[in-house]
Design a protein around this ligand. Structure first.
Ligand code: FEO
Ligand code: CA
Ligand code: CA
Length: 575
């Protein structure tokens, strides 16, 4: 498909799409099916039974074996406060704070295949919203530690809520992993009320004045001057069993605390689970967790604590194309009390500082990691980094080779011996993205035929090994400067066998494309359209989109939504 600046989803000839689950649509909880009110007057309680905002990572869990019923599990990353409330964020009220908390987290919805595509099952016994106030258990090395304890939870083992849910993973035993990315934006305090922020809160951004929203004024646990340990309970990977709607989600602290983005699972040669993770902030690092024990047959109940014991590693990319996984093990490689790591809990809780201590490579915002279903080769998106090479900031290096990296890049690596449990790897670049038509773009596309793109973010291998790339050029930058010829954000499909990269779907104005999954029979692709109309104008601005409901941009509320794409002849998508 050509690049597009239309306020529409556009798919190739021979394909059709439908809109499935928009912000505010009922999730399907029995006896609680509140309809969306276009003026945003749904209450906080109603929002807790409706689709959240800003759909992101997503996966598909078949029910039964006939391919006709499934659960779709998806993240709601953040909120647009101007769209969420009838009168916007001001004046702040506790009801608005609660609605905002309820608009993040995770949806579990049931879907079934019908003649005209897929439709939501309403109500469904599986339907569930997990949000910013849902009780969640803390497990692993940091659970119960002194820095996890708060006035409301003297055990340090129970937390209310998951926030800022971005990319995801699926475990070999069939649970869903949701990643808490920009959690720091919800914590704050009045500037000057607390002691000077320490090195940890500065690195994580949980400092007075650093908040994106002023929850702390109305919901005291988000006030870092009064409850300094509360932010320690966010920034984790959270495990959810979608098949059991009564199950308590669990934050798996062994996987490290960061702006968690992706938790991509595969098996080591000896049958343990390896979880690959990005940390999406400028100059942060890539991680891998390898479990101590092998995955056992018997599904979820047989692997209940598997993610609580193992080794967390971080990646160093060397100039000769080699790389090393450096273990973040307490007492080793400088991770000692003398260097600020009192115990194993502090190593995982302060994973960013631990990564720096052992010499991990600071990357250009690592987002999603995808593992090839047949070869085990790994790919990671480095979405962009305008600060690379800026005065006082890290210079370009072998793995992050461009200063002011606006296009972003995709890096690939193979673990030594093809074993996800290895402690070394070989890496190279797959794409240095951006517009090759611009002077000084310094782009590199592997194949002879490649449609250019900018700021790769979502990344997903379908069951046949086609690589689906989702882009996230920021809303205000779309169609301008380095992105002038790249159109709106898009979904592209790469064939590693030929090196071809084709633009497959283009999104509406201001949106990000993210969260993509193909059914096992390859007949259907689900993809999320996040924040159509985004302006990032601090005053709210005028939403630049009327998608998906139509009307006049600015007069209607655009809504994030899941889109279902199929070939009209029923064939495999992307072929
Ligand atoms: Fe939520 Fe880093 O994208
Ligand atoms: Ca992302
Ligand atoms: Ca993003």
């Amino acid at each position: 498909m050509p690049a597009s600046l239309r306020d529409a989803v556009v798919v190739p000839p021979g394909y059709a799409f439908q809109v499935l689950y928009r912000w505010g649509d009922p999730t399907g909880i029995a006896g609680n099916l509140p309809a969306f009110k276009p003026d945003a007057s749904n209450t906080a309680a109603e929002q807790a039974a409706q689709a959240g905002m800003h759909h992101d990572g997503m996966s598909f869990f078949p029910l039964g074996t006939d391919g006709r019923r499934a659960l779709l599990v998806l993240n709601h990353e953040y909120t647009d406060e101007h769209l969420l409330h009838p009168d916007g964020p001001r004046p702040p009220t506790l009801e608005k704070v609660r609605k905002s908390q309820h608009a993040m987290g995770v949806s579990v919805i049931e879907i079934e295949r019908a003649a005209a595509g897929w439709k939501q099952v309403l109500p469904s016994a599986y339907a569930r919203r997990i949000h910013g106030n849902t009780p969640i258990r803390l497990a692993g090395p940091a659970a119960g530690s002194a820095r996890m304890k708060t006035a409301a939870d003297p055990t340090g083992r129970q937390v209310l809520g998951t926030l800022a849910n971005c990319a995801m993973g699926v475990t070999p035993w069939g649970t869903y992993l949701t990643c808490e990315e920009n959690f720091h934006g919800y914590f704050g305090a009045d500037k000057g009320v607390a002691n000077a922020p320490d090195v940890v809160s500065q690195r994580y951004g949980t400092v007075p004045g650093g908040q994106w929203v002023d929850w702390y004024r109305l919901d005291e646990r988000f006030d870092v001057s009064k409850h300094p340990n509360e932010p320690n309970r966010f920034g984790w990977v959270v495990e959810i069993d979608p098949m059991d709607p009564t199950s308590t989600p669990v934050k798996r602290t062994a996987l490290g605390r960061k702006s968690a983005e992706s938790a991509t699972c595969t098996l080591t040669r000896d049958g343990r689970v390896a979880v690959y993770m990005g940390d999406d902030a400028r100059f942060e690092c890539i991680y891998k967790f390898v479990s101590r024990d092998p995955v056992r047959p018997g599904g979820t109940s047989a692997n209940r604590d598997l993610l609580d014991h193992g080794t967390l590693y971080t990646a160093r990319f060397d100039a000769n194309g080699q790389g090393a996984w450096l273990a973040l093990t307490h007492g080793q490689h400088g991770l000692t009390p003398d260097n600020g790591f009192a115990d194993p809990a502090e190593v995982v809780m302060h994973a960013r500082l631990a990564a720096s201590t052992v010499g991990a490579t600071p990357m250009d915002r690592p987002e999603w990691i995808a593992v090839h279903p047949q070869t085990g080769e790994l790919f990671v998106t480095l979405t962009n980094n305008s600060q690379r090479g800026a005065p006082g900031r890290p210079a370009p290096d072998a793995a992050n080779p461009r200063a002011n990296n606006l296009g972003g890049h995709i890096l690939r690596w193979t673990e030594a011996g093809g074993d996800a449990g290895a402690d070394s790897f070989r890496w190279s670049h797959f794409v240095l993205a951006g517009d090759p038509g611009l002077p000084d773009a310094d782009t590199r596309y592997t194949g002879a035929q490649a449609d250019p793109f900018g700021s790769p973010d979502g990344l997903y291998f379908d069951p046949a090994g086609l690589l689906w790339i989702q882009t996230d050029m920021s809303g205000p930058a779309i169609g301008k400067g380095a992105y002038a010829n790249l159109g709106n954000n898009a979904l592209l499909c790469a064939d590693l066998a030929t090196g071809q990269i084709k633009r497959f779907l283009t999104g509406p104005a201001g949106c990000e494309i993210t969260g993509c999954v193909v059914t096992p029979d390859r007949s259907t692709l689900f993809v999320n359209i996040q924040h159509p109309g985004e302006t990032r104008d601090p005053g709210g601005g005028t939403p630049g989109s009327a998608w998906p409901d139509g009307g006049t941009p600015g007069a209607v509320r655009p809504r994030s939504a899941t889109v279902v794409v199929r070939r009209t002849d029923g064939g495999a998508v992307g072929t």
